[in-house]
Design a protein. Structure first.
Lengths: 140, 86
């Protein structure tokens, strides 16, 4: 089972958690990124995500390595990001990580999503109900 | 003495890919060409890419690199606009 994956298929949070199969685990924290229904007061029709898949999986793995180096108590990390056309309410990304105790999982989770937004080659095109578009690479 | 030409694959994503109309091209360039020099050649040959020049980061063989990096035969170069996952 891949711990770091770019997929075109719908993502199940439970299935990503199941990839963390350490029997001694005491805590699992997840972040689920979901397609928002509106941005800046405009209704979103759908999102289109595109990745450089080979490098995206490599940089996701790098984030896992960085987490293990910073937080020794984190046991396992899994990050799955979906690409292609996503409807409002669908899951775009799931980050799951496990540890024997809870204190560090929240910091590590936040680090993971912040790093993902910074270094992983994935792009997002928002298409609004009125037909207009906005691309992540055009700036916020 | 010159080492002649090398061939690199150049990949494009998102807005620059759409502007160019393709996700991948091959470039024959002189041995010793740097990433920065390759970017210059691309902008010269493909004016559609020019609006993105300032924003593009470059990866070689799936790792971010600086503009001074020298390219080798068979390298996979990727032009990456600012990312927006999550």
């Amino acid at each position: 089972m891949k711990l770091f994956e770019i997929t075109t298929k719908p993502i199940s949070t439970d299935e990503v958690i199941a990839r963390l199969n350490a029997p001694t685990v005491g805590a699992v924290a997840t972040f689920v990124g979901v397609v928002r229904g509106e941005t800046d007061g405009r209704e979103v029709c759908y999102l289109e995500y595109e990745a450089y898949p080979e490098m995206a999986e490599k940089t996701l793995r790098q984030i896992g390595d960085e987490i293990h180096a910073r937080w020794r108590t984190i046991q396992e990390v899994a990050i799955v990001h979906r690409v292609g056309r996503l409807q409002v309410g669908e899951t775009a990304v799931v980050i799951a990580l496990s540890a024997a105790h809870r204190p560090e999982v929240f910091d590590a989770l936040r680090y993971a999503i912040d790093r993902l937004k910074e270094i992983v080659p994935i792009w997002r095109k928002e298409v609004w109900m009125d037909g207009a578009e906005r691309r992540s690479e055009a700036g916020e | 003495m010159e080492n002649g030409e090398i061939t690199v694959r150049v990949r494009f994503f998102a807005a620059p890919r759409e502007a160019l109309g393709t996700g991948e091209i091959e470039m024959e360039i002189p041995a010793g060409t740097t990433v920065g020099e390759l970017m210059g050649l691309l902008m010269e040959r493909y004016p559609a890419l020019r609006p993105y020049t300032r924003f593009i980061s470059v990866a070689v063989n799936r790792a971010y690199v600086g503009m001074q990096t020298e390219l080798r035969d068979g390298d996979e170069v990727a032009c990456l606009p600012p990312v927006g996952g999550g």
